[in-house]
Design a protein around this ligand. Structure first.
Ligand SMILES: *Cc1c(COP(=O)(O)O)cnc(C)c1O
Length: 404
């Protein structure tokens, strides 16, 4: 039986390779950090500067997190071998849920194995066929999938476009034979990861008030470093108490291991504990990860040092790259897209960058719009000023090498 499928898959894989979109993994043999040893295709392991991790605060190999994880291994064991509601809840899980709520200023928090699971859990129990979910067109894949799992009517608005959002809110009024949707929620990423642009949360919250809608923000690319205390984009925009549902990941700035959460009004979280399928039918987060994430939150809450370092690095990189004549997408986020337009050009520059000891990734259609190919640079608090300057110099040299 397998022979047919084998041939079909082999052909499809060859097509992906020919289209230039095959994802080849680079093998890292050190902890994740600003400086790693990575083996690329056809090249042995070499030390490179890493500018493509989501390790915004440099916590992925922070000694305090590593020690907290080790201590939890000794004191709480390796795994829970259970889902939360059977026998998989330790005091540590509840402590992390409380700390996330305190950090975000929300009522309650529920943990998941990933933010992908959090987004997969949140919609189906809360929104049924009489309801409306309005989603930004550039929302993360896990939001798109999670929304699909609910029976609610789905609406999509153009990226960060408040006029189109208003049009979609109007459209929900025709639902249910003109009675309007029973519940309406506007769903957005806090930060759009291909551009580093922030969602226009004040405008979204105003429209939500006007139309009686809820607001949900997936703040995976902001939690831990955006906003005065690192609580994310709602804090950055001063709308923290106007956001009804937060989701986010521990797999980026907050240590980078894994885990995600929904943080929201108490009744919403209570319902997800009863009905969220990835919560009910998937294993508890490992104690070592929970303990180290608690330490990450402590570090973030205790000092602005890492956030300040991150944004200093981002500002320095933006300024130096502009001085060297590169076209950047404007913004303030630690995601800095360097625009090349042409996909082949962006790919060649990224390859040349690696030869100059700097690891960055090129993105082209269909991940970004046609003709908007780019190299997405991500700064980290683990980079030094001279690392940032080395990246700028590598861009200058790679541009020259590719153009000659
Ligand atoms: C990274 C990311 C996720 C997925 O988070 P995981 O915890 O890795 O599953 C979800 N949403 C957004 C917006 C993200 O950037």
């Amino acid at each position: 039986m397998y022979t047919d499928l084998k041939d079909q898959l082999t052909a499809e894989l060859a097509e992906i390779e020919q289209a230039g979109t095959f994802k080849h993994e680079r093998i890292i043999s050190t902890p994740q950090s600003g400086r790693i040893t990575a083996a690329a295709m056809g090249r042995g392991g070499a030390e490179v500067l890493n500018f493509c991790a989501n390790n915004y605060l440099g916590l992925a190999d922070h000694p305090d997190l590593v020690n907290a994880a080790k201590q939890a291994l000794d004191e709480r064991g390796f795994g829970m071998a259970s889902v939360r509601f059977i026998c998989g809840t330790q005091d540590l899980h509840l402590q992390l849920e409380r700390e996330v709520s305190a950090f975000l200023g929300t009522e309650e928090t529920i943990l998941f194995s990933s933010c992908f699971d959090a987004n997969g859990a949140v919609f189906e129990p809360l929104f049924g066929k009489d309801d409306a979910i309005i989603s930004d067109e550039l929302n993360h894949a896990s939001l798109i999938d999670g929304i699909r799992l609910s029976k609610a009517a789905r609406y999509r608005y153009r990226n960060a476009d408040l006029e189109d959002l208003r049009a979609q809110l109007e459209a929900t009024r025709t639902q249910n034979g003109g009675a309007g949707a029973r519940r309406t929620i506007i769903v957005t990423d806090g930060v759009f990861s291909m551009d580093g642009f922030l969602a226009p949360l004040p405008g979204i919250c105003d429209l939500a008030d006007e139309y009686g809608a809820l607001v949900m923000v997936d703040d995976s690319h902001a939690v831990g470093f955006m906003g005065a205390t690192g609580a994310g984009t709602p804090e950055h925009f001063g709308v923290s108490d106007r956001v009804d549902i937060y989701t986010g990941t521990f797999g980026k700035a907050l240590g980078g291991a894994s885990g995600g959460y929904v943080s929201a009004r108490a009744e919403i979280v209570a319902m997800l504990r009863q009905k969220g399928r990835p919560y009910l039918f998937s294993n508890s987060l490992a104690p070592a990860i929970v303990a180290a994430t608690l330490t990450a939150l402590e570090l973030v809450a205790g000092s602005a040092e890492l956030r300040t370092k991150l944004f200093d690095n981002a500002e320095l990189f933006r300024r130096r790259m502009s001085e060297e004549g590169f076209e950047l997408l404007p913004g303030e986020h630690a995601i800095v897209p360097v625009m090349f337009g042409d996909a082949a050009l962006a790919g060649k520059v990224a390859d040349a960058m690696l030869a100059h000891g700097v690891f960055v990734t090129a993105f082209s259609y269909p991940v970004v719009p046609q003709g908007k190919a780019r190299i997405r640079v991500q700064l980290s608090a683990s980079h030094t000023e001279s690392d940032v300057e080395a990246a700028v110099q590598a861009f200058v040299a790679s541009r020259a090498a590719v153009q000659s």
